[in-house]
Design a protein around this ligand. Structure first.
Ligand code: ATP
Length: 267
């Protein structure tokens, strides 16, 4: 498998998709932005993550795919501090995040857009966007940040005085991403951004995500639409019952028969 010039080799990942046990051939290059090592998270007796390791390079898109209940959302929650890891490490450029409260992690520009988007429905679009900047205590250039959010999603400018709760699903997703961008994320974690959206809006969201990555934001993308996620990511991981079972360049996973069968609807 060709190497991706980014993530270091996760210890539990496997080489060619489907080849159990062989190491992932992924050379070390620039230090990863985020390194997750042997992460374990439980909800009571439910072991949602059972030793997950992965890496996100300093730029580009890493996709995380897997069936319902595989632990994808839990991984994002653990990285952003919403749930506590029982064991393991999450390191941001060498700094340990496990144990830090959510607001401290956000202040390090690790920004999570949860599934369901987390809008404040009774606040206006503008107020929601401004709150996004506060999450990371980002006050350097709020007007410039607003302009950038409006440039990404012009509809948010049109709707800026409307209550967030009155937006369509697609507009709410744009607001959620726009709000996250107000915090100038180093790492943007998107949980199911296409969920519930019409195909045209899904395409719009998937047009924007590579643009964000192209502007220097590292993106960790959880998606039920595995095909689109693998098409826009450089590297990908497949999670199954709390474990990474496959990892590699996204193009290789896209072509792998077992990924096609399990996640891309091939016969
Ligand atoms: P989905 O796409 O359905 O959201 P997922 O891959 O994101 O799936 P998680 O939501 O992380 O998976 O769930 C992983 C496991 O943890 C599942 O067994 C799920 O039922 C369980 N789980 C998730 N959240 C909770 C919670 N708050 N309390 C108890 N169990 C939970």
């Amino acid at each position: 498998m060709g190497g991706l010039g980014g993530p270091p080799r996760p210890p539990d990942a496997r080489s060619r998709p489907g080849q159990a046990g062989a190491p992932l051939d992924c050379p070390r290059a620039a230090p990863a932005l985020l390194e997750v090592r042997d992460l374990h998270v439980s909800y009571g007796s439910i072991r949602a993550l059972q030793g997950v390791s992965l890496a996100v390079p300093q730029a580009g898109i890493v996709a995380l795919i897997g069936a319902n209940g595989a632990g994808k959302s839990t991984l994002l929650r653990a990285i952003s501090g919403v749930v506590r890891a029982r064991q393991g490490s999450v390191s941001l450029l060498g700094e340990e995040l496990v144990g830090l409260p959510v607001h401290q992690i956000a202040r390090r520009h690790v920004i999570h857009v949860p599934e369901g988007r987390g809008m404040l429905a009774r606040m206006t679009v503008l107020e929601n966007l401004r709150l996004g900047g506060l999450a990371a205590r980002e006050r350097r250039d709020p007007a410039g940040d607003l302009e950038r959010a409006f440039a990404l999603f012009p509809v948010l400018h049109t709707r800026r005085r409307q209550l967030a709760g009155s937006l369509s699903g697609g507009e709410q997703q744009m607001l959620a991403i726009g709000r996250a961008m107000m915090a100038r994320p180093r790492l943007l974690m998107l949980d199911e951004p296409s969920l519930g959206l019409a195909p045209l809006l899904v395409r719009e969201i998937f047009r924007i995500i590579p643009r964000l990555a192209g502007e220097g934001t590292a993106v960790l993308l959880v998606e039920q639409n595995a095909r689109m996620a693998l098409q826009c990511a450089a590297h990908a991981y497949v999670l199954q019952t709390g474990r990474v079972v496959l990892a590699g360049p996204a193009a290789d996973l896209l072509a792998a028969p077992e990924v096609q069968r399990a996640y891309l609807g091939a016969g």
